[in-house]
Design a protein around this ligand. Structure first.
Ligand SMILES: *Cc1c(COP(=O)(O)O)cnc(C)c1O
Length: 357
């Protein structure tokens, strides 16, 4: 059976060495030595000023909204994982959708501008499949209208744009370290910022609002454990190797698939990618169903990703006009892509797809 993704596991002996350290320190959580070591190594690896390890990529977005004091309208993308929109609604903000570009599938800056009202406080955009949004244009719009920018960079571990980490863009960027992502800590996530004041608040908010014995504010429990940090410390040194292997698979798909009948995202900015996903867009939902059925008959399970368009969720109150997202979400399919996916399996997947378009 071949799934869309398969979690990378380090050698169990490496993990055991860290578990022994945990037994020695007898500290399992509350910003222990392994969490501190992981945060330091992540900052060095990524080239970022602040990195806060938290329990997952969803709470990372929620904390970002809290520390920025966002309470009203947030312009966001309909083409992302549900966590992007759910975080907004959970924090009592109002998601206002701006449609995506049909080239990079990220939020379209022109459509952002069209949605700005006096209630708009922020932009929450996703770097879709690890491909960067138009970060320069979004920064310009945010400055002009005095808006905060949060990037859901859940897909972006190791991605560089304009020769710097993509996490350096926006007031705050968040990442997910879930087991399905390129770098993982089992469950986990991180919050990135370059702003000293925001960094101070993030650190407080993720830990009940504690400041010494007392409380600065209402916080949440967004901490992560020594065991999760241990997994991260085992996986991190292997990230270059993981990305290399993904790149070879990615390029093999590129060379084999029939591009006269398929569409894939186009990356516009100078980007060093992490090959996080291999999405294709079929010419219709019927074709998608046909291709998926043929793949499933071979025990191959791609994933509809992203589907559905978040603007169509029943708990989103406002009507939205996002025809591009609506159209592409029903025919998007992420193909299997993981560290040790066999190249012969990629050839089989590509031929099944090409024969059923
Ligand atoms: C994975 C993902 C999240 C959620 O991260 P968790 O760590 O699972 O909470 C949020 N946004 C996007 C775009 C994701 O892919």
């Amino acid at each position: 059976m071949i799934n869309v993704t398969k979690t990378y596991l380090p050698p169990i002996s490496t993990y055991q060495q860290y578990v022994e350290k945990i037994w020695k320190s007898n500290q399992l959580t509350n910003h222990g030595p392994l969490v501190q070591e992981l945060e330091k190594k992540l900052k060095d690896f990524l080239g970022v000023k602040y990195c806060f390890f938290v329990s997952n990529g969803t709470i990372a977005i929620q904390i970002a909204l809290k520390v920025l004091g966002i309470k009203k309208d947030v312009i966001t993308t309909p083409f992302s994982y549900c966590a992007t929109t759910h975080s907004l609604i959970w924090e009592n903000c109002k998601p206002v959708f701006a449609d995506i570009s049909n080239k990079d599938f990220c939020i379209d800056p022109q459509k952002i501008e069209a949605q700005i009202t006096e209630d708009t406080e922020a932009i929450l955009a996703t770097h879709v499949y690890g491909n960067p949004c138009d970060v320069d244009k979004i920064a310009e719009i945010a400055q002009k209208h005095n808006l905060k920018v949060i990037y859901d960079a859940a897909h972006c571990f190791g991605v560089n744009v304009n020769n710097t980490s993509i996490f350096n863009y926006g007031d705050i960027s968040t990442c997910s370290f879930h087991s399905t992502k390129v770098f993982h800590t089992t469950e986990g996530g991180a919050i990135f910022t370059n702003d000293d004041d925001l960094a101070f608040l993030i650190d407080r908010y993720r830990s009940f609002g504690h400041i010494g014995d007392n409380y600065l504010t209402i916080g949440i429990n967004g901490k992560n454990s020594e065991f999760h940090a241990a997994m991260g410390l085992c996986v991190l040194p292997d990230v270059p190797k993981i990305i290399e292997a993904r790149k070879a698979i990615f390029e093999l798909y590129d060379s084999l698939l029939d591009w006269t009948k398929l569409v894939k995202p186009v990356v516009s900015l100078p980007t060093e990618t992490n090959y996080a996903y291999y999405p294709i867009f079929l010419n219709s939902e019927e074709t998608l169903f046909r291709v998926r059925e043929k793949l499933q008959a071979h025990e191959i399970f791609p994933r509809r990703y992203f589907y559905p368009s978040l603007s169509s969720l029943k708990f989103v109150a406002e009507e939205s006009n996002c025809p591009i997202s609506d159209d592409y979400a029903v025919r998007a399919l992420a193909l299997p892509l993981f560290y040790d996916l066999a190249h012969d399996d990629v050839r089989l997947i590509a031929s099944i797809i090409n024969n059923n378009l």
